[in-house]
Structures are given as C-alpha cells and as structure tokens.
Design a protein around this ligand. Structure first.
Ligand code: GAP
Length: 508
C-alpha cells in the first residue's frame, strides 16, 4: 500500500523530514530564524546542485542553440530603471492596524454577506484551497447572529485590490475578525536596496537583482558580438534573486532569497512566436517529467489577454500540485521586444542583430521560460514523499517513509554496505567498491546496524540503490546484491553489470 499524507499534513511532514535529515534548515535558526530565508544542509545542497546540473546539461550543454551566462547580482541601477522594476516592481499590500499583520492585497479575499437583498456584513479570508468553504461558513454565522430571515445569496469572493474605498471600513481583518482595522491597498516595493561605494547618499543606491533575466538582456550584445549565435538562439543563466516578499510562506515556495534558472530565447519578429511558445511549454513539461514529476500533477494556466502586462503577448504558467494547492512552478512568457528596446533606449547602444538567413537587421523578440530552483526542489520533494508498508528483517510488515527521487537528481546515488561490520574481508571489499564508485558519484558507506535499518535510513533520504557485499561476494562469484529502493527487490549482479546499470540510471 502506498499513500501520501493529507495535503494539510504533507507540508508539515516534508518540512520535518527536511530538518531531521539535513536537507533544509530555517536560516539563522540559533537566533530564532529569519522569515523568508532558508539554508540548505548536506543533502539539500546535493539535491539542489543535481537539479541545477540537470537543467544546465539539458537546456545548455545538450542544445546547440543556447549559450550560458553568469552575470553579477548587483548591476548598474539604470538597468532596473530601464526594465521598469524601479517604478513598477511592487505588490499591493494591506495592513491590519490592530494586529500589525500585513497581507498581500491580491491574496486577501472578501465578499459582502447579502440576505434577502440586504448587505448585513462582510467576510474575509486569506487565500487558501478551502477559501470558499471558509467564507461560506463565516457568512452563515453572520446571518445566524443577525437573526436575519431570508435566503443567503451566493458568496462571491473578490480580492482586496478590487475593494472600493467605502468598503475598507466594512471588511473584517482576517486576524481579528472585526471590521475597521484594514488600510487601503498600497504598493509595496519588492526590490532590496543597498549602497555601493564610499558615498552614502542617494546616488549610491543599488539593488539586489529580483530576477536573473535582466543580466541576460544587459549581456545580449556581448554574446551576439563575441559568440557565433544565429537567430533563433537563447541565453541561459542560473543564479540568486532577491525579493522583499510581503508574505513569504509555504516553506521554500515563496522566499526572499531564492535561485532562478532562466532563458531568454531570441527570435525574429516575423517568426511564428505562437508555435515557438508552444514548443517551449512542451520542452519545459518534458523536462519536469524527466526529473521525476508526475505528468498528471502538472497543468497549464494560460493568462487571459486582459490580465497580461502591456508588453506581453502571451504567458502560460506551468502549475504543479504542491501540498498547499496548485501553484505556479514555471512561467513561460512571450515578452516581444520590450526589454531589448528599453535597454536600447536607456543605454543608447543598438540592440539590433543581423540575421544571415533573411539578410535583415532587427531587434529580436523573446520567449522567456523562467523557473525557480527552490520551487522545483519543493515540487520534487512533494512528488517523492511516500509512505508505504514493507516487511522488516523478521518478516513483520511495518510502515516506512521514503523519498522516491529519480536517480538523476537523488542526493546520494547508492549506499554500499558490508553485510557484517566485524568481518574484515567483507569490510575491505565494500570499502574498495565504495572508493571506486565515489570517484564518479556521491555514494555513501554504512556498516553500522542491522541491514534492514540501514536500508530504511537510505530510503528516507531517497537513495535509489543499496549495494550489499556478503559472503557470496567473497567466497563464490564476486557478485553483489543490488536492492531497489521503491520495490525493495534484490538481485545479484557482477561489478561490471552494476557500473553499467548505475551509468544508465544516473547519467542516462
Ligand atoms: N524573469 C521573469 C520572472 O522572474 P516570475 O514569475 O516573477 O518571472 C519566475 O518568476 C519563477 O521564479 C517563478 O515561476 C518561480 O518558480 C520563481 N520565483 C519567483 N518568486 C519566487 C520567490 N519569492 N520564491 C521562490 N521562487 C520564486
């Protein structure tokens, strides 16, 4: 039997496992933590690196049309003026004057409670999968308390950015349940500021980048001039991004310091951008499936035309079934020539490219697949987290927790066990195999405890293969036992077969 914990408990269980086994810790924990910041421990950093390496290998190294880049985190502040971030990169926020809590206005939902045509109050709820049920229950309570006869009209939730000034004093704060303490929505700037150089005045203000994309646009001309790129081509970058999120939440899903894997894919203005957009969406979905996310947990959210930014032609978000609901994992946007045109205008440098094929000069348009490393890691953990039941050493069925990571991204690829730790010939042979495998992959050696307990410890951190050296290895044919984490099936293989199998599974 295999089961997932209920979605409520699932996040808690994943957070607990991540802390217990050294994947992810709250940042600055000895000082009580720091909201919106997380540290990656020994297993977390391996998993994270493996995700980034798989992405880089598949999106850059195994493609002929994409070049890599690593630009600085702090760039000339004019870049952020040109891109529109200085003036426009903000979220609407609302404060509760009484509780001092702050909400993102687009994540705070409210509705009038209308009975027999008369508004008798308002309900409010912070965005969550059960928001409709919560709001309806609250509305029924208001009707009962008001002893109002008549039919309660359907509760139609709107987000707080759509509230009217006359409603600000009527909508209850989700913190206190009482109206009158919420402020009007205000824009809250998301870029972190810092100062660069010896002057402490406004001329020294610089920003920690809120996306890696602008580093790509700022270097586009360098790559065109120094590389041998031909339209269509892409520039890819992996790196840190920083946003002063109003409500960092859901573990590493929305944090204030995170990492992005972004591509700007430059195409001719006359290209069939709709077809190329579709191609990118499919490439992204295939890649997510290749690192172990179930296809059925990925869906597409096509932004309606009237909600698109003025420069955007189309945006499709790839959504994933996270423990806290279906949420954006990967944005694939068609941004036209907006960014390059802005930089051309603000820097005074031409962003045109000469296209040999069409003999035309133009400023290219872009398709932008933009993915968060941390969000991918949370998706991978969510998909991998499993509880099943298997027999222990004595044949008694017990529950086990395991992480079904794909071997491609698993932090530890294989664990090597001598059957008994007090038999030097077994230990020596196991150590020799461990050292040999360690030259190629991150593997683990464990000689302590009953073999069943050693398997369980590895199952819990997602090690896909267990390799045991026993007396048959020494005395008979040199074969080892290879155990599969998910099925617990064991088979004997020679060392050559083992290495070929690991190569196919891990590097394939
Ligand atoms: N250059 C486009 C851009 O940055 P975005 O939708 O703001 O677009 C792209 O971000 C991706 O970066 C998101 O789909 C998500 O995976 C990740 N991301 C954005 N904000 C994040 C945050 N606060 N914490 C973790 N990941 C985040």
């Amino acid at each position: 039997m295999t089961a997932k914990a209920s979605s409520d408990g699932l996040m808690e269980e994943i957070v607990g496992l991540c802390k217990r086994r050294g994947f992810i810790f709250p940042s600055s924990e000895i000082y009580g933590g720091y909201n919106g910041f997380y540290d990656y421990g020994p297993l977390g950093v391996e998993l994270r690196n493996n995700i980034k390496q798989a992405w880089w290998r598949d999106m850059v190294q195994r493609r002929d049309d994409i070049e890599g880049l690593d630009s600085t985190i702090i760039m000339h502040p004019d870049i952020w003026k040109a891109s529109g971030h200085v003036d426009g990169f903000s979220d609407p926020m609302v404060d509760c004057r009484e509780s001092k809590l702050r909400y993102r206005a687009d994540q705070l939902f409210f509705a009038p409670v209308i009975v027999a045509g008369e508004t008798i109050g308002y309900v409010s709820v912070v965005e969550c999968p059960e928001q409709q049920e919560i709001a309806e229950k609250a509305a029924a309570d208001i009707k009962r308390k008001a002893a109002k006869q008549g039919t309660l009209e359907p509760i139609v939730l709107k987000d707080y950015t759509e509230s009217k000034p006359e409603e600000y004093d009527l909508v209850p704060s989700p913190a206190t349940g009482k109206p009158g303490s919420l402020t009007a929505p205000r824009e809250f700037k998301l870029m972190f500021e810092t100062k660069v150089g010896p002057l402490a005045d406004d001329s020294a203000v610089a920003y920690l980048r809120p996306e890696t994309a602008q580093g790509i646009f700022a270097n586009y001309k360098n790559i065109v001039d120094t590389g041998r790129v031909k339209i269509p081509f892409g520039i890819a970058q992996i790196g840190k991004a920083f946003r002063n999120e109003i409500t960092p939440r859901n573990f590493i899903f929305r944090s204030r310091e995170f990492e992005q894997m972004e591509i700007e894919y430059f195409i001719a203005p006359s290209a069939d951008w709709k077809a190329l957009h579709r191609e990118w969406i499919d490439t992204c979905i295939d890649w997510l499936v290749s690192i172990g996310l179930p296809r059925e947990d990925i869906s597409e959210d096509i932004h309606p035309e009237d909600k698109l930014a003025f420069y955007s032609r189309a945006t499709t978000d790839l959504m994933f079934q996270f423990p806290h609901g279906e949420q954006e994992l990967w944005g694939v946007a068609c941004r036209g020539d907006y960014d390059l045109m802005q930089h051309q205008e603000h820097s005074g440098k031409s962003m045109t490219i000469f296209d040999e094929a069409s003999k035309e000069k133009f400023v290219p348009h872009v398709i932008e697949p933009s993915l968060g490393v941390d969000r991918t890691l949370l998706a991978v953990l969510t998909a991998a987290y499993t509880i099943d039941e298997v027999p222990n050493d004595k044949g008694k069925v017990e529950q086990r927790t395991l992480l079904k990571f794909s071997p491609k991204i698993a932090p530890v690829k294989a664990a090597i066990f001598p059957l008994l730790k007090n038999k030097p010939e077994l230990v020596e042979r196991a150590q020799a195999l461990y050292k040999k495998l360690q030259r190629r992959w991150n593997v683990f050696y464990d000689a302590s405890g009953a073999i069943g307990r050693r398997y369980r410890r590895q199952d819990e951190i997602g090690t896909p293969f267990g390799i045991t050296i026993d007396f048959d290895t020494i005395e008979k044919d040199g074969t080892v036992t290879l155990r599969d984490r998910d099925t617990c099936e064991q088979r004997r293989v020679t060392e050559d077969e083992l290495i070929q199998f690991l190569e196919e599974q891990i590097d394939g």
